[in-house]
Design a protein around this ligand. Structure first.
Ligand code: FES
Length: 102
């Protein structure tokens, strides 16, 4: 059964920023893409790189290790070498706090 967990305060993931955190057995990435906060798995599906140390662009998050780009809404990789999508999560904002459904 899923539950909403607090990820961070809204000011910890400002526009254009990435934010990674751990909860229970999951590692999750938050990305603020033009004011829209999206959540995916934190670890690249190719070779375990931490995507919070990558780069955010209009296309998605670019892995810092081998430069695959993942669409943040679908989790789908846009280029090789990654082939497996990231899991995506629902996000809600309440009273300047960011929550993720896990
Ligand atoms: S570890 Fe991310 S593309 Fe290789």
């Amino acid at each position: 059964m899923s539950q909403w967990i607090k990820a961070c305060n809204l000011d910890q993931v400002k526009e254009g920023q990435l934010f990674g955190f751990n909860t229970n057995d999951k590692k999750i990435l938050l990305a603020n893409q033009k004011g829209n906060i999206l959540a995916t798995d934190l670890i690249c599906t190719h070779a375990d790189a931490d995507l919070s140390t990558g780069f955010l662009s209009e296309e998605g998050v670019r892995c810092p290790l081998h430069l695959s780009i993942f669409n943040l809404e679908t989790g789908e990789p846009q280029n090789l070498p990654a082939e497996t999508p990231l899991k995506t999560y629902n996000v809600k904002i309440e009273q300047d706090e960011v929550y993720v459904e896990v």
